[in-house]
Design a protein around this ligand. Structure first.
Ligand SMILES: *[C@@H]1O[C@H](CO)[C@@H](O)[C@H](O)[C@H]1NC(C)=O
Ligand SMILES: *[C@@H]1O[C@H](CO)[C@@H](O)[C@H](O)[C@H]1NC(C)=O
Ligand SMILES: *[C@@H]1O[C@H](CO)[C@@H](O)[C@H](O)[C@H]1NC(C)=O
Ligand SMILES: *[C@@H]1O[C@H](CO)[C@@H](O)[C@H](O)[C@H]1NC(C)=O
Ligand SMILES: [Zn+2]
Length: 542
């Protein structure tokens, strides 16, 4: 009977396939998990919605002051990346996946940030870092300087009026501690936005400055700035990759990689000396077990450089030597939490971007899931009452989540459909990148037939051939939890982000949420005065 009905429905569908915009689905792929039976009922969706209303009603009003702020960045974490990553997360747990949720997707406030830079429609990680960390939009490829400085122009960057301060500096000036965590080189554009002023993001070590015929004493490299300049020299926690930028090219590091500095300086040693001159305790870490040990009793200052360049993708990392982003986040929070004035911490999952540039879908999604894990750690360690957590991305990518794949279809698999050419296509593909394939005899290649199809380093297909897939110009999401989370709703300039965070934390150059306090304080003062006057009057009358 049921079979008959299904057959009739299918037949009707076939006849009614008159909508030329929306194809009728083919038969379900047998391998995909079916939706839960409960989803076939009205009650399921009503209950789901009612539970959501209840949760919204119960959520924190988000008042008070953000004593602690943790700012998470998914580099290149576009909105389609979020949708696809949550689906992969659910599918890894044996479910259909689409209904799943990344940790920060349950945060009470969500907004959209506009990521263009002063001279570019589509941002790079340097101009966007300047926007979301220093609160000012500037030029593509430049860090911590206004748009009055063109890329490569060291001379122009010597004018102090072009210099910007990051929210980390604002926090330090307020007596808080600051730290930085990334899985890229610590001198890479996003983390460098927190501490460097550079007319070129590529000036990570001395040799890159001198090779550009730039005077290194005028424009020191980014690694040098981290160790010796304010505010980098004040950071209590520095965790990431990129050891090679700190060691001379005559020294092999703990993992036997050669340094790359040509000025014969050992910046790790210089960091030790600087901390000794403060009579502070300090520790240098280069592997995971050292990081785990440091959790027990963190010193005053920690410098962890876990790889000579970027830390490997989580899915490919040696788990004996490489800590996870979540573990680095835990150490950073536990170290910074000791300051009773609070702290500002920046955490970047920087390799979502790299995987997208290579059209490696599964690695990009896995790195997004690792960011979600790191956010979970922060939510567990910090109270919603006094700690603001903000999660966003610097810019989008040109990954498309496309093609009417049916529920539960593998997010890293092919669409249920084929193109008009009879050749399959992927549910996730790219507008451009190294995954572009030449056609054979005018026909697209069937990428699903490739030998390494499904490997982590299999590239999804792309339209325009480019050696590196490009960023996208779409808005990115902003997720917030904690004091004044509702500030982060709406659609706004990316450069507002540090101002909003500082407002919630009551520090930094602009308005502060706590300025509401003087009104209250005046009321209290007036009331006290009245009580005293009444008491005096009563005394005199006696
Ligand atoms: C480099 O700049 C410093 C000061 O910024 C200056 O003293 C020095 O003469 C400059 N060197 C060259 C080769 O121009
Ligand atoms: C460090 O300790 C030494 C010896 O106790 C003392 O003379 C010096 O002033 C201290 N320096 C700082 C920066 O506190
Ligand atoms: C490390 O990786 C190995 C090999 O993938 C795995 O067997 C082991 O359980 C992992 N250990 C930890 C602590 O994650
Ligand atoms: C981590 O570093 C410590 C200190 O250098 C060393 O003793 C230990 O063997 C290292 N662990 C690994 C897995 O390499
Ligand atoms: Zn990028």
């Amino acid at each position: 009977m049921l079979v008959l009905r299904v057959a009739v429905v299918l037949a009707l569908c076939a006849c009614a396939a008159s909508d030329r915009y929306h194809a009728e689905p083919p038969a379900r792929a047998a391998a995909a998990p079916a939706p839960r039976q409960a989803e076939l009922t009205k009650a399921y969706w009503y209950d789901e919605a009612q539970a959501a209303i209840e949760k919204r009603a119960r959520r924190s009003a988000g008042k008070g002051k953000a004593k602690n702020i943790v700012f998470f960045l998914g580099d290149g974490m576009s909105i389609p990346t979020l949708a696809a990553a949550r689906t992969l997360l659910g599918q890894r747990q044996g479910r259909t996946g689409e209904e799943s949720e990344l940790s920060f997707e349950s945060f009470p406030s969500v907004g959209l940030s506009k990521t263009y830079c002063v001279n570019h429609q589509i941002a790079d990680s340097a101009c966007s870092a300047t926007a979301y960390l220093c609160g000012v939009k500037n030029n593509y490829g430049t860090l911590g300087l206004t748009a009055a400085v063109a890329r490569h122009d060291c001379e122009a960057s010597l004018d102090a009026s072009t210099h910007l301060e990051s929210i980390a500096a604002w926090a330090i000036q307020d007596g808080r501690d600051a730290g930085v965590v990334t899985n890229t080189r610590i001198t890479h554009a996003s983390p460098a936005g927190l501490y460097a002023k550079a007319a070129n993001r590529n000036w990570e070590r001395d040799e890159q400055v001198t090779a550009a015929n730039v005077n290194i004493s005028s424009c020191p490299d980014i690694a040098h700035q981290l160790i010796h300049h304010y505010p980098g020299n004040e950071f209590k926690v520095i965790l990431g990759g990129g050891r090679r930028e700190f060691y001379p090219n005559t020294i092999r590091d703990d993992e036997d990689s050669l340094g790359r500095r040509t000025d014969d300086r050992n910046l790790v040693e210089e960091w030790f000396e600087e901390k000794r001159s403060r009579n502070a305790t300090y520790e240098y870490l280069w592997n995971r077990s050292q990081l785990k040990d440091a959790l027990n009793n963190p010193p005053d200052y920690i410098l962890g450089l876990f790889e000579d360049t970027h830390i490997p993708y989580h899915a490919e990392a040696n788990n004996e030597t490489e800590p996870t982003l979540a573990e680095m986040t835990e150490l950073a929070i536990k170290t910074l939490q000791r300051n009773e004035n609070g702290f500002f911490l920046f955490v970047e999952s920087g390799r979502i971007d790299h995987a997208h540039h290579d059209n490696y879908v599964e690695l990009a999604l896995d790195e997004t899931i690792r960011l979600s894990d790191a956010v979970t750690v922060a939510t567990e360690l910090l109270s919603e009452e006094d700690s603001l957590i903000v999660v966003t991305a610097d810019h989008a990518h040109v990954m498309a989540f496309n093609g009417y794949t049916q529920r539960g279809g593998s997010i890293v698999g092919r669409s249920d459909y084929t193109g008009q050419d009879g050749v399959p296509y992927m549910t996730i593909s790219y507008a451009n990148g190294p995954g572009a394939r030449a056609q054979t005899d005018g026909v697209r290649v069937d990428v699903t037939a490739e030998e390494n199809f499904g490997d982590l380093r299999w590239r999804s297909h792309a339209e325009v051939p480019l050696s590196s897939e490009t960023h996208g110009g779409d808005d990115v999401g902003v997720f917030a939890r904690g004091p004044h989370h509702d500030l982060f709703t709406g659609v706004y300039e990316q450069s507002q982000l540090p101002h909003l965070m500082a407002y919630a934390g009551c520090f930094g150059p602009g308005a502060h949420a706590c300025n509401a306090a003087p009104v209250l304080a005046n009321t209290i003062a007036f009331t006290s005065l009245l009580v005293v006057l009444l008491a005096i009057q009563r005394f005199l009358c006696l």
